[in-house]
Design a protein around this ligand. Structure first.
Ligand code: DGJ
Length: 729
């Protein structure tokens, strides 16, 4: 049993293989947080808390003679609001009588087998790993708000999930103003925060800073999980490294506006509140209705590598779904960087022809294939093939590509509309725009109001028709601007604060309906590259275009940062042209190949411009990837260098689940004259096994891990190497 209730003490205990989580219902019914961390035996974890008058911290009325009892210093599972806990709160609301306070106390709990799911939202599912669910119900009878706290415990995966359901238990409307998924208290310890910030073309750059007193906010109000702040954060010991040190991971499974607040308070206690952003949020909670929050995926691991392994495992096995979950992902060629909008059937077929001859399996037709789409100023919304560019029709193009032995994939940006489109001319009110205000334009396009049922149906039907009519096995689902002017013409004005979240409920439902109807289609998420790279999207799209920056040297930091939370099978990565279109940098084809082969692999360049030598090299890369894909996608990933420390190179390693094969990769970003050799300690091998190292020499796993491996000297511009290590005994 991974969840237990000890009645005498009021303890609720969650246990995974190597972690313990404890909470306690106290004598007044407050649900106190006691502990989350490395596994402890069944001890009542209230012993570290010394209860004394904290000074200038108020006391609940029931405890007015006990100045030591204060919500302002008590660690809690989910906070009250407006009643004397002055730290960041999990929830805020305006109650029907106008009051803005509530104090939640325990009502009941239940423990059930299996993992709960969340109506309308993506969540981690139970797939062979036996999970249990705890639901603790809290209530405030004056505010008439009931909260159900959900805990999913995946014992063997060392994962705990959390979510909340907030409901109106009264007879009048309650206006919710903040609805977080969880509050996690770390009352003791000093922590570094690692977060993943960025921008377009430079997503998920890791930054590690020690927490200081105050509130650190990581959030996105852009209507997308964003290039700027990924909804994932790690708190770790100051001394934590890849290999050791307590590390907490918190990942929100949501693609819209999110917020994480981390407060280091006056008593050196740390509180993390994570969930929907409260920026412009206001939700009408009618009597007997509830709002479900998105899910947080939590783990506590010894070292950053172990933390990443747990996220990789749970995302691969219990988040991603469908036919491509763990199976071969076709090596693709995407025509975008090869021709942008300047495409036609002849050029596409010539590219497909070359690609097929190199063993590439999937041809992806990117932006520009539909009528009037001559550039990015027009036509979004009118998903009809352009007869000028494709005079024989899309069907005929697909047939010809299929005849070359390749599958066909198509780019769409279904959530958007151009002003210059038939769709907008027919339904200007379908776009998100505020009354009497010219909207912000981005890429000269507007966002469709997915919260409207007609728009929901239009998008579903459009995609469903495309997928039914044509032989399409892959969809690249793009999203190229943030949400602004968020106002829905079909929502009454007091409820406009719901639209941004309703947008995502509708989007998830479209994805759900489509993946159900077309189970064999591979969806790749995209948002101007990796602007919506999150666990919510990965529930529907097993891979996400990681960045519009295809420069392998920029990709090193982008993929390094992404690897902390997300498996490499989810990282869309392509070999592109040199000089690179985003940075102008020149890099060897072998380096581009090694970097792209560490993800969901493909090509995105004009193969017709390449020499015979380059084409031959690509042919080898394609064959190589097909052979190593199971290790790259389903093996264990190790970061061998740290962005902060190694300086002039990046090294990383894949190890097969059986430990019988490993690939060690290095890219030297700044070869130094007469430099010291680059030496790394390998990881994850079987210490007792004998390995052949690139066929060069044989060596034990223990030697490679303890004494390490020295790379041959690499010179030139951005050289790279992939060392193949195979078990021989
Ligand atoms: C942004 C994407 O990230 C690119 O890969 C490409 O599909 C363009 N949009 C097309 O407009």
């Amino acid at each position: 049993m991974s969840i237990r209730y000890i009645e005498e003490t009021g303890q609720l205990i969650l246990e995974t293989r190597s972690t313990s989580y404890q909470m306690k219902i106290d004598s007044l019914g407050y649900l106190n947080h006691l502990y989350y961390g490395p596994k402890v035996e069944t001890t009542d974890m209230s012993y570290p808390y010394r209860i004394y008058d904290h000074g200038f911290s108020g006391n609940p009325y029931d405890m007015r003679n006990n100045r030591a009892f204060s919500l302002d210093s008590m660690p809690q599972e989910y906070t009250s609001f407006g009643v004397g806990d002055f730290r960041v709160s999990s929830i805020a609301a305006s109650c029907s009588d106008g009051s803005r306070c509530a104090e939640f106390r325990y009502e009941k709990h239940e423990i059930i087998d299996g993992k709960y799911s969340i109506p309308g939202l993506p969540s981690v599912y139970d797939s062979g790993a036996v999970a249990q669910t705890l639901i603790v119900t809290l209530i405030d009878n004056a505010a008439n708000i009931r909260i159900k706290l959900y805990y999913g415990v995946f014992e063997s995966l060392d994962i705990i999930t959390r979510a909340a359901e907030i409901s109106n238990a009264g007879y009048e409307i309650v206006w919710l103003r903040k609805a977080s998924s969880m509050c996690l208290e770390l009352p003791f310890g000093k922590w570094d925060m690692i977060h993943f910030h960025g921008r377009h073309c430079m997503e998920r750059q890791p930054e590690r800073v020690p927490l200081f007193h105050g509130i650190h906010t990581l959030s996105s109000g852009r209507g997308m999980s964003s290039h700027q702040h990924n909804p994932f954060v790690i708190l770790c010991d100051h001394e934590a490294t890849e290999d050791s040190g307590t590390c907490y991971g918190m990942m929100l499974m949501y693609s819209g506006n999110h917020k994480t607040e981390i407060e280091l308070d006056q008593f050196d206690s740390t509180r993390v509140v994570m969930g929907l952003s409260d920026d412009r949020f206001r939700w009408e909670l009618a009597p007997n209705t509830s709002l479900h929050t998105p899910e947080v995926i939590l783990t506590c691991a010894d070292g950053l590598t172990e933390l990443s392994h747990r996220y990789h495992r749970v995302i691969r096995n219990n988040v991603v779904r469908g036919a491509y979950k763990l199976s071969h992902r076709p090596v693709l060629i995407n025509n975008w960087e090869a021709m942008y909008f300047d495409l036609n059937e002849e050029k596409l077929l010539a590219l497909a022809d070359k690609a097929a001859s190199l063993g590439i399996e999937l041809f992806v037709l990117d932006d520009g294939w539909f009528k009037n789409r001559v550039d990015d100023n027009a036509a979004l919304g009118d998903w009809v093939p352009d007869e000028k560019k494709l005079p024989n029709g899309l069907d005929s193009l697909i047939e010809k590509i299929n005849a070359k032995g390749m599958k066909f994939g198509l780019w769409v940006e279904p959530e958007m509309v151009s002003e210059d489109s038939d769709l907008y001319r027919a339904h200007p009110d379908w776009a998100l725009t505020a009354p009497n205000r010219a909207p912000m334009m981005a890429r000269n396009q507007l966002v469709l109001d997915l919260s409207r049922q007609e728009v929901h149906e239009y998008i579903f039907n459009t995609l469903s028709d495309l997928l039914s009519k044509y032989n399409i096995t892959y969809i690249k689902w793009d999203f190229n601007r943030p949400l602004s002017d968020v106002y829905s013409r079909s929502t009454p004005s007091p409820r406009q604060g719901e639209v941004a979240h309703r947008y995502y409920l509708s989007l998830y439902k479209i994805y759900e309906r489509l993946t159900e109807k077309f189970p064999n289609v591979l969806f790749e998420g995209c948002a101007g590259g990796g602007g919506r790279f999150d666990a919510g999207m990965l529930h529907y799209a097993p891979q996400i275009w990681c960045s519009d920056n295809t420069d392998p040297i920029s990709r090193l930091t982008i993929q390094y940062g992404t690897s902390f939370g997300y498996p490499m099978s989810s990282v869309g990565a392509h070999v592109s042209a040199t000089p690179n279109h985003q940075t102008g940098r020149l890099t060897p084809l072998s380096t581009r190949g090694i970097v792209a082969m560490s993800g969901a692999f493909g090509y995105e360049l004009d193969l017709l411009k390449l020499s015979d030598g380059e084409l031959a090299e690509i042919k080898e890369q394609v064959a190589r990837f097909k052979e190593i894909e199971p290790i790259v996608h389903n093996g264990l990933f190790y970061r061998l260098s740290s962005m902060q420390e190694s300086g002039h190179y990046f090294a990383w390693q894949f190890v097969s689940p059986e430990k019988d094969r490993s690939l060690v990769n290095i890219v030297v970003t700044n070869p130094l004259a007469n430099s010291t050799p680059i030496h790394v300690r390998l990881k994850g091998l079987d210490p007792d096994a004998l390995y052949s190292v690139d066929g060069e020499f044989e060596c034990s796993g223990s030697a490679l891990m303890k004494a390490g491996y020295t790379f041959t000297r690499l010179t030139g511009d951005y050289p790279a190497l992939q060392v193949d290590i195979k078990q021989v005994k």
